[in-house]
Design a protein around this ligand. Structure first.
Ligand code: GRF
Length: 218
């Protein structure tokens, strides 16, 4: 049985597309079983529909408060029994219900902890960094503060604007997300403090993980 992914999107969904393309090969070890969004009419949902993957939309505005939205979103996700939830360009902060029920990874277009938040590429350019990149991390209750799983760098070029730099980051980001999620599915992972280790290996004083991917939080 394949490792089950629910992917959350808010926009164009090119990271989702990279996961859908990778999952077309059985060797990837994971299947996108559903795609959720916080808004209708986005290309991310259209990509899922073209791939024959079930979709759902849970809008904050349809709820009296964020807690109610979080609860409904957790229920919608749970219907698909995911092993992992992937926030891939999902522009809402996930709440305690979702985060308490499933492991969640997020992809972010900067080298965290630098430039968290919704305008990471703009902020990195404004700061004047010469190198930025992308981060795949576990999601915790903070904004882009969860334990880092993988990062890659991208050089800022002379004349870059937010759009050109973001496009170049996204090219790297898609590969990093696919590689990281694939390894999590195939090899499992452990979390010790802020250290995330992929694979079934054993660190000193740590119990070996079985073939079933899972989390150990110490
Ligand atoms: C990605 O750079 C993601 O990190 C950021 O928004 C972008 C989403 O791109 N939060 P897409 O929707 O996957 O094309």
């Amino acid at each position: 049985m394949s490792f089950r992914l629910v992917v959350l999107v808010s926009g164009s969904g090119t990271n989702l597309q990279a996961l859908l393309d990778a999952a077309a090969d059985d060797a990837f070890g994971a299947t996108v079983v559903a795609v959720g969004a916080d808004r209708a009419g986005i290309e991310g949902l259209a990509r899922a529909e073209r791939a024959g993957v079930p979709t759902f939309v849970e809008r904050v505005d349809d709820h009296p408060d964020r807690e109610s939205w979080d609860e409904s979103l957790a229920e919608r996700i749970a219907e698909h029994k995911p092993d992992l939830v992937v926030s891939a360009g999902f522009m809402k902060i996930l709440g305690a219900r979702v985060l308490g029920a499933f492991p969640v990874v997020n992809t972010h277009p900067a080298l965290l902890p630098a430039f968290p938040g919704a305008h990471a590429v703009r902020d990195a350019l404004a700061y004047g960094v010469r190198v930025t990149g992308c981060t795949v991390h576990l999601v915790d209750a903070g904004v882009d503060t969860g334990p880092v799983i993988a990062q890659e760098t991208v050089a800022v070029r002379e004349g870059d604007d937010e759009e050109s730099l973001h496009e170049r980051i996204k090219g790297v980001e898609r590969g990093l997300l696919v590689e990281t999620v694939g390894r999590m599915a195939r090899e499992g992972w452990t979390v010790t403090g802020r250290a995330v280790r992929l694979g079934p290996g054993r660190a000193a004083g740590e119990a070996a993980q079985g073939p079933t991917p899972g989390r150990t939080t110490k």
